[in-house]
Design a protein around this ligand. Structure first.
Ligand SMILES: [Zn+2]
Length: 306
């Protein structure tokens, strides 16, 4: 019976991993049904715990599996039927992996299979024209210049304050995306893997088991807001990386944050509309070129606080 249960668990996980689910159903039942019921309280509970629960999962599962193998293999020396014993051990390990995978899917991972954001919003690719991108870039340059002074005066928030600064903008962004619920923001927590994050340049991670926001504590000041906003997009149920980046940029906040957003948003249309052969930014329209010369735009000095 127990053996049948373990085999069943592995089979269910394998089938779910191999079979794409209908996106419309996932959107309706999970992303707009179960997940909005689960996320606010699971993140709220995780926020109260000072340590990263993600670390607890990783450390205890790793230690548990090592212990299981060590104890069972030690017992084997005196027994026959080694093949069957190792088979049982492999099944136990596969069942643990399957249980973790199912937990991942239920707590967050099914969001990977929801309807794409571009199908949910009033998005029309025909409107993304060269002219539209130029005027978008021009608007950004005007905003950059208008925000320059306030951005300098505000400075960068500390990591611990970043959440508080971003929260109003996070609520607005969710409302603008026509979300029918409001996600609970995660406190940017330190993880045991901070050293690894720093080594491989990971700024943040969303814990898919307890819906926590994990943040690299040695992030540079100007990375903090966009990283936390990015991980919060994941908490709001946008698992897809490009969609999380859309929401990370799609926030409206204090001058400093807006400024950072405009710097990033400005780069994209310029690169997208330029032929990047010859000069660094290719050929700009005369209007955009006029905006780019002289004292404009006054980019915020990113390394100011280093
Ligand atoms: Zn991400």
């Amino acid at each position: 019976m127990r053996r049948a249960f373990k085999i069943g668990l592995v089979l269910v996980a394998a089938v779910l991993a191999a079979t794409p689910l209908p996106r419309g159903r996932v959107e309706a039942i999970y992303s707009r049904g179960l997940y909005p019921a689960l996320q606010p309280w699971l993140t709220a509970v995780s926020n109260v715990v000072p340590v990263a629960l993600f670390d607890v999962v990783v450390v205890s599962v790793t230690a548990g599996v090592l212990l299981l193998w060590t104890m069972r293999l030690r017992g084997l020396r005196h027994r026959n039927g080694k093949v069957a014993a190792v088979g049982g051990l492999a099944l136990d390990t596969a069942a643990i992996a399957a249980a973790l995978y199912l937990w991942f899917l239920a707590a967050w991972g099914l969001n990977y299979q929801r309807q794409p954001l571009r199908e949910q919003l009033d998005f029309n690719e025909q409107r993304v024209t060269r002219d539209a991108l130029y005027s978008f870039a021009t608007r950004n340059i005007d905003s950059l210049n208008a925000l320059y002074r306030d951005a300098h005066a505000a400075g960068w928030p500390e990591l611990a304050d970043t959440g508080r600064v971003l929260q109003p903008a996070f609520v607005v962004a969710q409302h603008d995306l026509a979300m029918t619920w409001t996600a609970e923001p995660g406190l940017p927590k330190r993880t045991l893997f901070n050293f690894y994050f720093t080594r491989v340049a990971i700024e943040g991670l969303t814990d898919p088991f307890f819906l926590e926001t994990l943040a690299n504590q040695s992030m540079l000041p100007f990375e903090r807001a966009s990283t936390v906003a990015h991980e919060w997009s994941h908490l709001a149920g946008y698992a897809d990386e490009s969609e999380a980046i859309v929401i990370e940029r799609f926030r409206d906040s204090q001058a400093l944050l807006e400024h950072g957003e405009h710097v990033a948003a400005l780069t994209e249309p310029i690169i997208a509309t330029a032929s990047v052969t010859g000069e660094l930014l290719g050929e700009l329209s005369p209007k955009l070129r006029a905006k780019m010369t002289g004292d404009n735009p006054q980019l915020f000095w990113l390394y100011k606080s280093m």
